[in-house]
Design a protein around this ligand. Sequence first.
Ligand code: IVH
Length: 679
Amino acid sequence: MAILSKEDYIREKDELNFHNYRYHTLEQPLIADAEFDRLLAELREIETAHPDWVAPDSPTQRVGSVLSDKFARVSHPRPVLSLANAFDAEDIRAWFDRIKKIDPDIDRDGFVMEAKIDGLTVVLTYENGNLTRGVTRGNGLVGEDITANIRTIRSVPLKIPLDSADSEIPQTLVVRGEVFIENDDFEELNETLIRNGEKTYLNPRNTASGSLRQLNPAVTASRPLKILIYQILDASDENAIPQSQNERCRYLARLGFPTLKESQFCATIGDVIANISAWKKIRETLRFDIDGVVIKVNNLSRAQALGFVGKDPRGAIALKFPARETITKLIDIGINVGRTGVLTPYAIMEAVEVGGVVVRQATLHNFDFIRDRDIRIGDDILIKRAGDVIPYVVASIGDKRDGSQTPYDPPACCPSCGEPVEAIPGEVAVYCINSRCPAQLVRNVEHFASRGAMEIEGLGIKIVEQLCSSGLVADYADLYQLTANQLLELPGFAEKKAENLIASITATKTRPLSRLINALGIRNVGEINAVSLAARFGSLGNLSAAAQDELTEIDGVGSTMAEAIVDWFANERNRRILEKLIASGVNPTQEIQTSEPLSSDLPLAGKTVVVTGTLQNFSREEIKALIRRNGGKTSESVSARTAFVIAGDKAGSKRDKAAKLAIPILSESDFLNDYPDLR
Ligand code: IVH
């Protein structure tokens, strides 16, 4: 390392303290978390080489955030320790070798892998089963008394045990857990804050922290905070509690504490290492952020006997995942025109790696967001990838401006067709209302051909663009009038390709009615509603004649959607497109249910099903539609609420998770045999 002098060390230490202040006190970070971690690791390395340099105000000399004067200070009964970090399997192996040397039997009772929740540590004290205190971690020795706020978190038990399962509980029990906010709740909260003209939060972790440290518990109560408990910090009678991590978690759950479902026992360190990649996949399916996985020696007395290095116990280690937040430069703002005409701004950025993926674009949500956050072209911006794959802009780092940045003016005209744009009262979105807008046409045709709609094989976005720009397709009904000869005129089409495309378009003429309804692209009507509409009305003719109040009778159809449906069928141009579709021989198969059976009588009523892997007889959309038609719900992630999992070929982590939670796993044929009455 190129550190030369003590002055360099002091500069680096001061810089870290400054960033700490920017993040925790001002809530205006200038660098991404990963960059902070990197600098901190560097500082630690220097301190190891020069222990005599270590300054009392070095960020390595304390744990967590600055204690504020807002809350009373409380000493923890035992130090609230942190965790050393590992970054790959090799680091885990090295950790294991170190502790195995100290205690050759350290792995006798295996290991536990747990999700590392990206939240905020709290310490809860129960006296005779009653919650008496809730404290932040503070500096690890002394924390802030936030009992009134903790009591507002609905999943925190105010009294344990919940039932009489464990009547013999220690007189004093101190547990540790993590308070956090789920990603969707975070987005929703920020939207509400924007609507009320209040300051928004940067990320879910920051929100959980800000919400917990409110002086008014009523504000905390209004925030969607969750908690998961993963450790017993202290108990007045150690013998009354289990001695291994996995048993302790089960014990905590029996007492009524919310505990991690994302927890896995591994008999050997080899199993731990083999499971790392599965954990990275689990990360993508969770509704909250995890920044890694914690690996804990299961035998807790052996773990404790290993001792500590600084504030990190030797008996556990955090395997950190790549950060999904980073800073890059905003080069320009582009605009997407969606199929309903909605204009969505997106950031065009200097390419940057975030969470292991190189990205160049990120969504900017809407024009209000750009204005409210004062995001300017040329700014450094903080971007994040959450559970899904589309990255989004969190904030601009305004302090880095040098005067060359330019504020952004939302467009008055559609970037595709040049027609003036319109705002709809009560909506944040801005629309292009030109029904002949070329960008909308492309999106409409793309949607019409997509997997959840008519599923036209071989018709991807590139060909859709060709068909639209050549003028061969002016609406999606034109697809059915295309000839192979016309296609041959287009670049890239040879005879075989042209014939195949015509054949696959023709094959969709008899797709089920629900798919056609979805394909029409009526605003707000998606796959699920299309299934209910097809089931209720049985034909396009009936649906087009439906009155608004008939539509709102359907489960899931509100007045906005009903109005959109009525308006769509009233539109002269849409009527002509429909006529053209029918004249071209589009004749959907009927899913006749003139009188809809009670949904509670359906074979899958009340059941949530997860489908994973490739099936033989159904596409993903088809099996989902089948499940919904039969009263069930589908979900993308396995949880305790999952009734069963249908696993096809190459099923992976979802199948494993179901096995772990003892949720039935059915093959495609098991499913069809078990439910012979599916409609
Ligand atoms: S165990 C001695 N387990 O990660 C025990 N910590 O970077 C140390 N965290 O301060 C903690 N999920 O705030 C543990 N399942 C989990 C965790 C977890 C999140 C946090 C905790 C800790 C930080 C260390």
